[in-house]
Write a protein that binds this ligand. Structure first.
Ligand SMILES: [Zn+2]
Ligand SMILES: [Zn+2]
Length: 195
């Protein structure tokens, strides 16, 4: 018996204590839940992000079935649940697309490495460089990304700037006819040279 008759004061500790934090996918491994757990919450303000996170965690999040009307442009252009303003309007008016307030929104983070890999043209150009010049470029990219926090992830705007810089550097590294021999020699003597 857990308690004596008439004695409501518990004398033993609680039998079943939650030892693990609540997890919404512990018993539900459906693809819907998985999808919702992976929703990208960037683009909204800090406060809205935590509201959405709470909804997701406690399974209150209901994805949109069809695009909703944007309160600014009145087009059916809102594609994310609980958002009231479409992304183009939010960007234009500098507001959070969920609460519509003039708040700083969380930038979407993308991996520099991933982005550069996706940039097929850049890859093609890099392949055309001699080993020496390719190394110089890779070192340059590494030096650019050194100061960024959270490893190799930056916001979209920052990424665009970075790509411009890399392209500029690449241009400066492109070989003239006269350089070909130099590079060939460089590549051949590379072993003895450490920089
Ligand atoms: Zn709009
Ligand atoms: Zn907001």
């Amino acid at each position: 018996m857990s308690t004596q008759r008439g004695n409501t004061q518990r004398t033993r500790p609680q039998a079943h204590q939650n030892t693990k934090a609540f997890k919404n996918d512990l018993h539900d491994t459906s693809s819907q839940t998985k999808l919702i757990n992976n929703i990208d919450l960037s683009g909204v303000c800090e406060r809205c992000k935590s509201i959405l996170e709470w909804k997701i965690k406690y399974k209150k999040y209901k994805p949109l079935k069809a695009p909703k009307k944007c309160v600014k442009c009145e087009q059916k252009s809102v594609k994310k649940a609980y958002h009231t303003v479409c992304f183009p309007c939010a960007k234009l008016l500098n507001v959070c697309p969920k609460c519509g307030k003039n708040e700083k929104v969380i930038e979407k983070l993308i991996s520099i490495e991933e982005q550069l890999k996706k940039d097929a043209e850049l890859q093609r150009q890099i392949k055309l460089l001699s080993l020496r010049r390719r190394r110089t470029l890779l070192r340059y990219i590494a030096s650019l990304t050194k100061g960024t926090n959270s490893g190799f992830a930056v916001g979209e705007d920052e990424m665009r700037k970075l790509q411009e810089e890399v392209t500029k550097k690449l241009e400066s590294l492109k070989i003239n006819k006269d350089d070909v021999l130099d590079d060939l020699l460089d590549d051949l003597t590379d072993e003895s040279d450490d920089d």
